[in-house]
Design a protein around this ligand. Sequence first.
Ligand code: GDP
Ligand code: MN
Length: 347
Amino acid sequence: VMEKDARTGFLMPPDVYPAAMNPFKRANAALVSLVRNEELDSFRDSMRSLESRFNRKFGYPWVLMNDKPFTEDFKKGVLAMTRSEVTFAQIPYEHWSYPDFVNQTKAEEEMRQMGKEGVIYGDNLSYRHMCRFNSGFFYRQKVLEPYDFYWRVEPGVKFSCDIDYDPFVFMEANDKVYGFTIAIYEYERTIQTLWPTVKEFAKKYPQHIAKNNAMHFLVDNISEGLEGSKYNLCHFWSNFEIADLRFWRSQAYTDFFNFLDETGNFFYERWGDAPVHSIAAALFLPKSKVHKFEDVAYEHNPYNHCPQNRPLFHDNGKCECDPARSFDPHDGYSCHNQWFRVKPVDT
Ligand code: GDP
Ligand code: MN
């Protein structure tokens, strides 16, 4: 007998929901996306991929955020892609606008200049709001208050192997705080004064720098400590993240974000949330709490990570990616060598 689903209004068979089919422990976690109404199709592609490879068996809720109201068409299109609960939230204006300490005339001048130089997203203001939001505000949204862990999902991404275990429960059980798949170089032009600012921060707040941290991922020559160091531009590609929200809510990260934000350089330069998150994770956490998900096959244009172990992933029909064409270890733009020297074996 078909029943009308209370949530979507669709006629459905009386359903066995994933949590009933897979009754194992869950983490307090959500799949989290910042997305625009215009990105419905590519966002549905991401959902189709992650739902079929992972979430249909685990049933984690989705939380979607937008600086504008989501349209009814968008909501309908999203709800049709999952049996999970979906929350749609609009971001408060204060989290997506110029703070009053920023000189907007200067910001516009810098954007024009970077645009002229052909810097990617150089003259784009909404991109800067996005980077600042992902650096300092997403984890404070009301809709994320109930959760400890999140998985960041962008429009147009693809997961190319089955994920047969729960990465959130893995994080929790193994005391992990930050998980990534791809490590890559940042465009120097967008973060020209970020590293000097990080050094000033470390001088002012030495208590926030962790013992056994992953500084060697960020710095090639560590013999002179942080003070004498030069940033090698390596960062975790933050369009994929599985991480602990409590880290971003911590005193260390709160002090860090405020210190960075006050410079205005999310606007004058074009500081990305990827280097900001990466530097925080590499310096404020012991390296044991940072995890590379080698087993998660992930594509975000123009790069993809494909697991290298053929017997485990490729000889058994679990994957549709080509390990020989994985960004790491084959692409010269990858920062995996810098990661491997920090953690030769990622447990
Ligand atoms: P890229 O990956 O650096 O090329 O940047 P994207 O265009 O993919 O943007 C990063 C993330 O922020 C994606 O999840 C986008 O959907 C989202 N995003 C970017 N700009 C905006 C915006 O103006 N509004 C909203 N709501 N989301 C945005
Ligand atoms: Mn993207």
